[in-house]
Every structure is written in structure tokens, then in C-alpha cells.
Design a protein. Structure first.
Ligand SMILES: NC(=O)c1ccc[n+]([C@@H]2O[C@H](COP(=O)([O-])OP(=O)(O)OC[C@H]3O[C@@H](n4cnc5c(N)ncnc54)[C@H](OP(=O)(O)O)[C@@H]3O)[C@@H](O)[C@H]2O)c1
Length: 259
């Protein structure tokens, strides 16, 4: 991407999708300071503009637009516009959706609604950034997956399968892009307070607030950790479950709470 005459390479450019609430909002507020160009997306204009205003008050330059991550052309154009204004230093593909469905007649629509955002949205966010960062020979991409991306969970399908994709895509890109000077990380949180988890009616072990999650993510990214999976007791539990013989795991997971 050519830098335009108006581009300001002194600004550190950070793109965060799904910044209108939860983890994305906490990340935007964490990174907001003078010298940072924050490019934020979400769907709810009112909440997104409120986050943008908080970030401006912290000294950041903010471009906040309600770009749906499912719109491939709009996402590509958003990222190219940001890259024309500053270096593209960090792109966080965070936007995501979860939820259940009421009846099997709505199953196909449910699967597509989740995968369009959690898989298609990740691709639409990450891919336009790749050639720009390769050309810069610098930059960092973070894909927000989940600890649900380590186990196939009938109670959270197809959310869980979409997060397998997100984690795996990030980890593959990490190896592909390292020789080009571009760093990539998969973010795999456990339960974090947000609008998404506020709907859950089951116990959420080791639930943490979104500000703490944002600090853990930002620290991991600063250290270029390939996989930022937390909290560790939940990760350990998932890892131990994964060691069980499949029939036993199948029996346990099919009895786990449903979204
Ligand atoms: N909370 C957890 O326990 C947890 C655990 C593991 C992973 N995660 C992942 O963390 C990420 C953030 O989730 P969260 O917990 O912070 O939930 P959240 O508060 O519901 O935030 C989701 C964000 O994604 C945005 N979004 C959804 N669909 C979009 C679309 N089509 N286009 C653009 N933006 C869209 C939402 O925008 P609007 O609000 O404006 O609609 C919102 O800003 C998700 O990928 C989620 O799967 C969360």
C-alpha cells in the first residue's frame, strides 16, 4: 500500500474490530494514548462512538466506523484507508458472536450467522492487512479465538468450531509470515465478562473482567507470544479433558451446558 502525502508514519496504527463492547472496548481503551491512531469497528454506532470518545479523551486519534466484518469489500477499504494514514502496526480481529438456536428449522441460519462473523469476519479483517504488513516488513496480527477452540463442544457448536478455525488460522499465519517480519498471535480467552457472557445462564469458572483480559492480551502481544491462552487453570482443565479417551470425552462434553 502506497503511503499518501497525508500519511503520518509517526502514528502507531491499531485496528480493533468489535470495539463497541467487551474485550474489544477494553483493548481500545488500554491502547488509547497520544501517538496512537485507533481504527475501531463495531455494529452499534452509539456504543462505538462512546468508546471512541473515551479513547480521544485519553489522547488517541480515533477513526470509529460501523463496518460489518462480514462485508469483505468494506473491511478491505477500511484497513487500506487506515494504512494510508499511518503505519499499520497492529490489527486485532476481535469481533465475534455466539448464541444458541430455538428449533432445528433455524439451525442452518444459526450456523451461518456464527461462521460468517467468526470465520468470514476474521478472514475479511486479517487478509487485507497481510500484504500491507509484508510490504512494510513489520506489523502484528492478533486473532481472538477462545479456549473453546481446543475442544469440540456440542453445547457451543458451531461457536467452538469457528474458534478452532480462528486459532488454527492465526497459528498457521504466524509461521507463514515470520520470515516476512510480521508477527501473528492467537488469543484464546476463557470466560470474560462482556455482553456475550452476560447472557450465559450456567456457571462460568474463573470468570475475569474484560480490563484484566485486555492487559493479559496486550502483555502477550508485547512479548510476541504465539498463543495467548488464559486463565491457566481453565486452560489446564481443557488440556486434561483433551487427554481423555474420546468415548469418555464425548460422554462428558455431551452433558456440558448449552449456549
Ligand atoms: N467473553 C468471553 O468469555 C470470551 C471468551 C473467549 C473468546 N471471546 C471472544 O472475544 C471476542 C469479543 O467478544 P466479547 O466477549 O467482548 O463479546 P461482546 O461484548 O459481545 O463483543 C463482541 C463485539 O463484536 C462486534 N461484532 C459482532 N458482530 C459483528 C459484525 N458482524 N461486524 C462488526 N462487529 C461485530 C460487536 O459489535 P456490536 O456490539 O456493536 O454489535 C461487539 O463489539 C469474540 O470473538 C468472542 O468470541 C470471548
Amino acid at each position: 500500500m502506497q503511503q499518501t502525502p497525508q500519511s503520518n508514519t509517526a502514528l502507531v496504527g491499531i485496528v480493533i474490530t468489535g470495539a463497541s463492547s467487551g474485550i474489544g472496548q477494553a483493548l481500545a481503551e488500554h491502547y488509547a494514548r497520544p501517538g496512537i491512531l485507533l481504527a475501531l469497528t463495531g455494529r452499534d454506532a452509539t456504543r462505538l462512538q462512546a468508546v471512541a470518545e473515551t479513547c480521544r479523551q485519553r489522547g488517541a486519534t480515533v477513526d470509529a466506523e460501523t463496518v460489518p466484518v462480514t462485508n469483505r469489500a468494506a473491511m478491505a477499504s477500511f484497513i487500506e484507508r487506515i494504512a494510508a494514514r499511518s503505519r499499520l502496526d497492529l490489527v486485532i480481529a476481535n469481533a465475534g458472536v455466539s448464541g444458541g438456536f430455538k428449533d432445528w428449522g433455524g439451525f442452518d441460519a444459526h450456523v451461518r450467522a456464527i461462521t460468517d462473523v467468526n470465520i468470514g469476519g476474521v478472514i475479511n479483517t486479517v487478509n487485507p492487512a497481510v500484504p500491507i504488513m509484508v510490504k512494510q516488513r513489520s506489523g502484528q496480527i492478533a486473532v481472538v479465538a477462545s479456549l473453546a477452540g481446543f475442544l469440540s463442544m456440542p453445547g457451543a457448536g458451531p461457536y467452538s468450531s469457528s474458534k478452532h478455525f480462528a486459532r488454527s488460522y492465526a497459528e498457521e499465519l504466524r509461521g507463514m509470515l515470520a520470515p516476512e517480519g510480521v508477527r501473528v498471535s492467537a488469543i484464546c480467552p476463557g470466560f470474560v465478562t462482556s455482553r456475550m457472557t452476560a447472557r450465559n445462564k450456567f456457571p462460568m469458572p474463573f470468570l475475569m473482567d474484560e480490563q484484566r483480559a485486555a492487559r493479559i492480551i496486550a502483555n502477550g502481544l508485547a512479548r510476541n507470544q504465539g498463543r495467548i491462552a488464559f486463565p491457566w487453570p481453565m486452560l489446564a482443565m481443557i488440556r486434561l479433558l483433551g487427554l481423555l479417551p474420546y468415548p469418555m470425552l464425548d460422554w462428558i462434553l455431551s452433558r456440558a451446558p448449552k449456549k
